[in-house]
Design a protein around this ligand. Structure first.
Ligand code: UDX
Ligand code: UDX
Length: 464
């Protein structure tokens, strides 16, 4: 089976970059990415390729090469479904904000809407690929909808979780550690479908890195990978608090521990807490699934990773208040960074949002600078919390385009994202323009303590 036309529903952080790389590597396949969000599609089609809606190093070059050749962005979802042999579902699956499983289960309404639309439109057999991270056994639900509401055509459902991290998405897609494809491998048609997707990735990925499993293993592997990664961050963050009390330095501990090859060096960077669209959502998902099978110990075990993360954000914020003589009311605090990590404009679940919320509740004034995040996004993130009126958010929080302006006249500066450029600033100038004593809170252990203390800063860093 040779795939000629691919459709991807959802032109977000996952669908956009993934399809751009597939199109670049498979020039003989037409790839159409569709989305119900007209502005997003318009931005993907912007004449100036630097204006595409997602910032990822290296992405604009890939889009430039393939767009208009065999990569297309469109809002005509039905036409793209109709002509595709293979459909990727890459829509968002946020944590439910209502009803049963509120605050924990994944909201699958967008997935279901996609399935119903595919069933309505399709006139020939299709392979449907789950790209969004989904709770185990979602494929079953998808198949049920497709088979029972469709026009009698046949569907094969594959699970192909993404392991790309934002900020390194293009490199992760070009050189993945592995690609995982789950399918109905016990049947001939199921195997054919799996092979069709294997053949696509084999254009640029060595076969031995392409794993095939049954669907449930694939779905669960994605949740497991993210839970293990998040657990490492929570583990080192738990140690950071102990380091602060004992005079150990968490970076030194992380280095010493990480050199044990059984442990490894990655994901041991202490921080003000992990963010991003996946870790929290996927762990909550895992917790919910475990609970629904009555596995309370399993659920509690993983839930603790989230509890630790919430504690870390709160601890960082309350430390700012304590250090500033127990009040930040009316004080100006500059935030360097708003994105959930460097090299992305994504802010979902960013620790900065929660630290800001805590400080605003203490009546602080906040000025935000982030190299890639837009002003409207900062306000949208705060409004979403519903902690105060939209007007108040706009009165008490300012977003500026210049880091020196952000810090000028402030009582304290807090580093929330590990953007490389922060260490290279003229910190003497920043210090001179601040109120004294000038406090600097490093939530990412990014800045060199000694240099900052020599300038005169009262310096606090997570984990030392
Ligand atoms: C998504 C999921 O959030 C995540 O669970 C999964 O691991 C990868 O896919 P992401 O690509 O980062 O992540 O989401 P987002 O940037 O929000 O993009 C989803 C897009 O789907 C949005 O542009 C949205 O407009 C679109 N969408 C959503 C549709 O086109 N149709 C729908 O019915 C719902
Ligand atoms: C993650 C997974 O890495 C990826 O495989 C999956 O497909 C999606 O979820 P992402 O959320 O894009 O990717 O970013 P990641 O690099 O994993 O970082 C998540 C959060 O953890 C960030 O806030 C980051 O700053 C934080 N982090 C990461 C730490 O605090 N310390 C570390 O050592 C590593």
């Amino acid at each position: 089976m040779k795939i000629k036309n691919i459709c991807c529903i959802g032109a977000g952080y996952v669908g956009g970059p993934t399809m751009a790389v597939i199109a670049q590597k498979c020039p003989e396949i037409n790839v159409t990415v569709v989305d119900i969000n007209e502005n997003r599609i318009a931005a993907w089609n912007d004449e100036d390729v630097e204006n595409i809606p997602i910032y990822e190093p290296g992405l604009s070059a890939v889009v430039k090469e393939a767009r208009g050749r065999n990569l297309f962005f469109s809002t005509d979802v039905e036409a793209a479904i109709d002509s595709a042999d293979m459909i990727f579902i890459s829509v968002n699956t946020p944590t439910k904000t209502y009803g049963i499983g509120k605050g924990m289960a994944a909201d699958l309404k967008f997935i279901e809407l996609c399935a119903r639309q595919i069933a309505r439109v399709s006139k020939n057999d299709k392979i449907v690929v789950e790209k969004s991270t989904l709770p185990v056994r979602t494929a079953e639900a998808l198949k049920n909808i497709l088979d029972n509401t469709g026009n009698g055509v046949n569907y094969q459902i594959l699970s192909n979780p993404e392991f790309l991290a934002e900020g390194t998405a293009v490199d992760d897609l070009m050189n993945p550690d592995r690609v995982l494809i789950g399918g109905d491998i016990n049947t001939e048609v199921g195997n054919e479908a799996v092979q069709a997707l294997v053949d696509i990735y084999a254009h640029w990925i060595p076969r031995e890195k392409i794993l095939t499993t049954n669907v449930w293993s694939s779905e669960l592997s994605k949740l497991t990978a993210n839970a293990f990664l998040a657990q490492r961050v929570s583990s080192i963050n738990a140690m950071s608090e102990l380091c602060e009390k004992t005079g150990a330095d968490v970076n030194e501990v992380a280095k010493a521990v990480g050199m044990d090859s059984r442990i490894g060096q990655k994901f041991l960077k202490s921080s003000v807490g992990f963010g991003g669209s996946c870790f929290q959502k996927d762990i909550l998902n895992l917790v919910y699934i475990a609970k629904s099978f009555g596995l309370n110990e399993v659920a509690d075990y993983w839930h603790q990773v989230i509890i630790m993360n919430d504690h870390q954000k709160k601890r960082f914020a309350s430390n700012i208040v304590k250090t500033l003589f127990n009040t930040v009311s009316g004080k100006k605090i500059a935030f360097l960074g708003w994105a959930f990590k460097k090299d992305t404009n994504d802010t979902r679940e960013s620790s900065a949002i929660y630290v800001a919320d805590y400080l605003l509740n203490e009546q602080a004034e906040i000025v935000v600078y982030d190299p890639k995040v837009k002003r409207e996004q900062v306000y949208a993130d705060l409004d979403y919390l519903n902690s105060r009126s939209e007007d108040e958010n706009r009165q008490r929080v300012r977003v500026v385009n210049d880091p020196y302006e952000a810090c000028k006249g402030s009582h304290a500066v807090a580093v929330l994202t590990e953007w490389d450029e922060f260490e290279n600033y003229d910190w003497q100038k920043i210090y001179d323009d601040m109120l004294k004593p000038a406090f600097l809170f490093d939530g990412r252990k990014l800045l060199e303590r000694k240099k900052k203390e020599e300038i005169g800063f009262e310096f606090y860093a997570i984990g030392s």
